[in-house]
Design a protein around this ligand. Structure first.
Ligand code: ARG
Length: 284
């Protein structure tokens, strides 16, 4: 009987001790090295994972950047930057990013790079840095096949669809005046073109490559294009956060390498079916 009581007390004391030790261990937080299993891998033996740069693109801009049936982001911009990254020695991952928030996402650090058929402009250069240009473009007008529009100036009093905040928006706003209610702004260029098809606007002004692609793939829409030499030549650049010289340097090195070894021309031909032509001759 005594021995049973002693045994009980001893067990209780050990248990209490264990609780105390556990509590004590918890309070003294920093995990003692001894608690790590002896077989834990030594951090230094594994190479640190390579940084994967997050690339923002507004993937509603075929044939440059769009989503396929599987939801993957595809197009000339994707192929181009993938080749640039391979040559420049860095890893990337594309994330669909609405145009309206795209520059902000770069400034906030949510995206490391942008490739989204972005025209290099003096205004944008104030808030981000651009690579060397990688593509020549210009504005092109889309109208219904029976439209009387023959030049940009004819759009002065018409309802014109544009993608908000694009260079197309800029030129049309300049033509019609800041307060014009005839500039119809859309979230994406395909939405503006659909509105033209539906008769809600009289014309759309957007980058030539995208307009030509849409007209070719939507014969039922019965559109024609109207070009005008009044539109200034534009060039696309890859954007990095202002001051990110290290990444910009890698991008420019990769770009120079794919231009030098002919892979740029191969990618261009894959996307547009022909070798790059001077902007003035590229109109359709
Ligand atoms: N090049 C034009 C601009 O920079 C339009 C670009 C729109 N790109 C896009 N993926 N939606 O304003």
């Amino acid at each position: 009987m005594h021995s049973t009581t002693r045994q009980f007390l001893k067990t209780a004391a050990l248990a209490a001790c264990g609780v105390l030790l556990a509590a004590c261990g918890k309070k003294d937080a920093p995990a003692p090295a001894a608690s790590a299993p002896a077989s834990a891998p030594v951090a230094a033996s594994a190479p640190p994972p390579a940084k994967v740069y997050v690339v923002g693109t507004d993937a509603a801009y075929a044939p440059f950047e769009s989503q396929n049936e599987k939801g993957e982001i595809v197009g000339f911009s994707v192929d181009l930057l993938t080749a640039v990254a391979a040559k420049g020695g860095f890893e990337i991952k594309f994330v669909n990013t609405p145009w309206e928030g795209i520059f902000n996402a770069l400034a906030q650090g949510d995206r490391d790079l942008l490739i989204s058929s972005i025209t290099i402009t003096d205004e944008r250069k104030q808030t981000m840095d651009f690579s060397e240009p990688y593509f020549d473009a210009y504005q092109l007008i889309a109208v219904k096949a029976d439209s009387k529009v023959a030049k940009f100036d004819d759009l002065k009093k018409l309802k014109v669809g544009v993608q908000t905040g694009t260079t197309g928006d800029e030129v049309v706003t300049k033509l019609q005046g800041k307060n014009s209610t005839n500039v119809k702004r859309f979230e994406s260029t395909p939405l503006a073109l659909k509105e033209l098809e539906a008769g809600g606007v009289d014309a759309v002004v957007a980058d030539n490559g995208v307009v030509v692609n849409y007209v070719q793939n939507n014969a039922g829409a019965k559109f024609k294009t109207v070009s005008d030499s009044a539109f200034a030549p534009e060039q696309y650049g890859i954007a990095v956060k202002k001051g990110n010289a290290e990444l910009l340097d890698k991008v420019n090195k990769g770009l120079a390498a794919i231009k030098a070894d002919g892979s740029y021309d191969t990618l261009y031909a894959k996307a547009f079916g022909a070798a790059p032509k001077p902007a003035s001759a590229a109109s359709k």
